[in-house]
Design a binder for this molecule. Structure first.
Ligand code: ZN
Length: 295
């Protein structure tokens, strides 16, 4: 994506700023961790943390492809926290900062990432090709999911450092390019944690239950809205313990692991969405939580 001259100047300013901020952050990595920003991995399915060339106390409104993105302040510096879609091509991308008559543009770079292929053989009852009635239901459920994922609740304190909802081995990693019975399907938009049915599922951070449901593919599902476009999703539950609109605190039990919907066995599919793009949940975990995942 070629940048015009004005954009290029801002891009260069941004690079200088990133270099300065990056240098400072290298020295302050403990502070960075304490500030609870997710890990940066500016790749498809990852997150870009982009310093904004702005001062002042008013939280700026920033958009990416027209979608509002999370903005946090760290060490006095406003930063955009941007979810990058799995379908993104590598290259330069623009963030638009609302500035009244004229938007300001800051550019960031997405690098390529190739995720592994996963081939699964599913029995017919695991719903490879739904019929017309089932498709209607699936579209209804997709509309509800989209409404939840596109909600932007402008809260000041958004918790972006998560604990694990269940502790267990990852049976299917994020981003896998999947083929069911030889047919290509969407890439894996979350991680699967394989734990026995009935294992309690804990909220990874405080938030508000945005929706619950019994979905064709996802089975019993819970969505938690953590604010500023950050939404987490829990699928295949045997039991749901929360209601839409309910506030939950970090660690609160929201349901139990099951194998409802399209699941090859008991597991928790955990999805994380940022500005309506599904991103790798591992980027939000502390080192301690990652170390506690058994393999
Ligand atoms: Zn999954």
């Amino acid at each position: 994506m070629a940048a015009c001259r004005a954009e290029w100047n801002i891009y260069m300013m941004n690079k200088v700023l990133q270099t300065i901020v990056g240098g400072v952050l290298c020295c302050l990595s403990a502070t960075l961790w304490a500030a609870e920003l997710p890990q940066t991995e500016a790749v498809p399915g990852g997150i870009a943390i982009v310093p904004l060339p702005l001062h002042g106390d008013r939280r700026p409104v920033v958009r990416y492809w027209g979608k509002r993105v999370m903005v946090v302040r760290q060490e006095g510096q406003w930063q955009a926290v941007v979810g990058i879609p799995l379908s993104a091509r590598s290259g330069h991308y623009n963030l638009h900062i609302d500035g009244g008559k004229h938007d300001r543009i800051v550019t960031f770079v997405v690098r390529p990432k190739q995720y592994p292929v996963q081939r699964l053989t599913l029995s017919n009852k695991l719903l490879v090709n739904p019929d017309a009635e089932e498709l209607k239901r699936i579209f209804r459920e997709q509309r509800l999911s989209k409404r939840v994922f596109t909600t932007f609740r402008p809260v000041d304190d958004v918790a972006t450092r998560f604990t694990l909802p269940v502790v267990g081995p990852v049976s299917s990693a994020f981003g896998l390019r999947r083929f069911f019975n030889g047919e290509p399907r969407n890439p894996h938009s979350g991680i699967d944690l394989a734990v026995p049915a009935g294992t309690p599922v804990h909220a990874p951070a405080a938030g508000r239950v945005a929706a619950t449901g019994d979905f064709f593919f996802d089975g019993n599902v819970v969505f938690i809205d953590h604010g500023q476009g950050l939404v987490t999703m829990y699928c295949h539950l045997s039991k749901i313990e929360v209601k839409p609109g309910q506030q939950v605190r970090q660690g609160q039990v929201i349901g139990e692991v099951g194998m409802t919907g399209r699941a090859t066995g008991p597991n928790l599919h955990w999805g994380v969405s940022l500005n309506n793009d599904r991103v790798d949940p591992m980027l939000f975990l502390s080192r301690e939580s990652i170390a506690s995942i058994t393999h």
